[in-house]
Design a binder for this molecule. Structure first.
Ligand SMILES: Cc1cc2nc3c(=O)[nH]c(=O)nc-3n(C[C@H](O)[C@H](O)[C@H](O)COP(=O)(O)O)c2cc1C
Length: 153
């Protein structure tokens, strides 16, 4: 089983989550590849994986512009039949500052579902300051969440 973790992060909070998520997914038995938006990688990696975990901070009540661009580009490849994601599993995670959790649970879900993924697991969302001041508790939650995803594949 292979899981791709694809995330964006401006100030490091979601990046900490992505690392914990990758550890959790690996502890569930998957081989894991982690990519930050901006790092070049072939979209076929997502087609070759059994599942994907997408992560983003909430910026102005949405995912980051770079994550939006990435998902739009991926949608183009899916629509053109170049990458097949239909029926594969995905889930989303991310950090926010005040009221951004709903973005992860609604908008981010919507973008990922539109790619053909089955999104069955609730989002993993954390407040940025919790990750800064109480990392152990909150990153443990991220690890558990990703382990559950990995075991469900
Ligand atoms: C320009 C900007 C806009 C933001 N907009 C929101 C928002 O609409 N809702 C929210 O809950 N948090 C918002 N935040 C807070 C970030 O989501 C939060 O600090 C997050 O943990 C940053 O993640 P990162 O360290 O991975 O970049 C915003 C932060 C910035 C800098």
């Amino acid at each position: 089983m292979k899981i791709m973790v694809v995330y964006d992060s401006n100030t490091g909070n979601t990046e900490k989550m992505a690392k914990a998520v990758a550890e959790g997914a690996a502890s569930g038995g998957a081989s894991v590849e982690v990519k930050k938006i901006g790092e070049p990688f072939p979209l076929s990696s997502l087609g070759d994986a059994d599942g994907a975990l997408f992560g983003s901070p909430c910026i102005y009540a949405n995912v980051t512009p770079a994550m939006r661009d990435f998902l739009e580009n991926l949608k183009g490849a899916v629509d053109a039949g170049k990458v097949k994601l239909k029926g594969k599993k995905a889930a989303v995670f991310g950090s926010y500052g005040w009221d951004g959790a709903w973005v992860m649970e609604q908008k981010f879900y919507g973008y990922v579902k539109a790619l053909g993924y089955k999104v069955e697991q609730d989002a993993c969302v954390e407040v940025g300051t919790d990750l800064q001041y109480h990392p152990d508790d909150h990153l443990a939650k991220c690890r558990e969440w990703a382990k559950k995803f990995s075991e469900s594949l």
